[in-house]
Ligand binder design. Sequence first.
Ligand code: BJ8
Length: 426
Amino acid sequence: MADYTKMWQDLGLDIESHEALLSVLGKAYADIFLVQKNRPEGMKYFDFVMSEVHGLRIKEIMDAKAQGRIVVGSYCTFVPEELVLAVDGVAVGLCAGAEFGFEAAETLLPRNTCSLIKSVFGFKLGRVCPYLESCDIVVGENTCDGKKKAYEILAPLVKDFYVMDMPQVKSEMGRKLLREEYRKFMAKLEMESGKEITPASLKRGIEIVNEKRKAMLRLNALRAADPTPISGLDALLINQVFFHDDPVRFTDSVNKICDELEIRVKDHTGVAPKGTTRLIVSGCPMAVPNWKVPMLIESSNAVIVGEESCVGERSTRWLTDVKGSTIDEMLDAIVDRYFNIDCAIFTPNPSRVNHVKEMVKDLHANGVIHYSLQFCQPYIIESNPVEKELEKSHIPTLRLETDYSQEDTGQLKTRIEAFVERLKKR
Ligand code: BJ8
């Protein structure tokens, strides 16, 4: 990587802590990803993106800012990239997947806060995230109680923190609320960017994001093959890069790897032998660099073939209808698309478990690992009925609850191995 110290200094990063973080991440990446066997050639692009994730990509974002484009960061898949693109902005997902700065975070938050939220604070207080520091607007959404209360404390620490309210029920009123919030967000984007959203610019934003999602749907479908042509770790990585990369270049790179995977499927080439135990992971999102559980699963004679998660299918499913020609029609189509997202903050939330069942069937999975972050009430509470419903449909399920530390890896590995053994005996 070139020397980006000056750029990081200008962004106000703590250079020493940032270097330390990058060196830990670089080593973890090499130990987890680069040691995998039979990786598709197309993963080289994503390896490159990861090697430059705080370098070249940030440089591109700074160049975009210099050209007058705004940068909008978010912590949730409910924030529509289509709208940001409609003002020619740059949308970035703000990663919160590392156990960094938790001690500082716990001076502001209770200890029993989920790791994802603590990581948001750790990155901010430790000044180690160039994405967060380059944002013109940071959007916080009123989803789970942990996030919405934590955002009250985060808001004064961030340059322009914008709160988006969120429905909790899939009702007509809920839909109206989401539409109104998206409309208000459009006005905010127009004000900050100084650019008007036109039918043409909104359509363009929708089309770019649809293409990105189509590429991901193509990738997901290819994982139905046995042997599976790509590891769950690599697929997760692509899902994580989904939130940072330039959308057009990302789409192109995913389609390229899909071309390669199609040939692999035809040739019966896979990352693990045919008949390897196949698992779906369902639950909380795994933001970069949260790779712990997938790494444990795939080193236990199993392969992950799908992610029912916001870093996974909840972000990539459903395209936005492009038929509309007015802003109102297109906004309705965007609301229709996003209102499908079956996050556990919704009550009730039956479509989520139904989709897990569909994924098991379509991807020929042998079982499901339900992944919850400790202290995440929505997903932990929902894991019980989800497990019951899946077991009723004869889908073996293992519920895991963990955090970002490495302390429980031995215990998790033992449970995962026992689960994989149980599946093999069926
Ligand atoms: S749409 S899943 S990205 S809210 S793990 S912070 S839920 S206590 S992240 Fe999410 Fe949007 Fe929903 Fe998706 Fe709270 Fe749970 Fe922590 Fe979580």
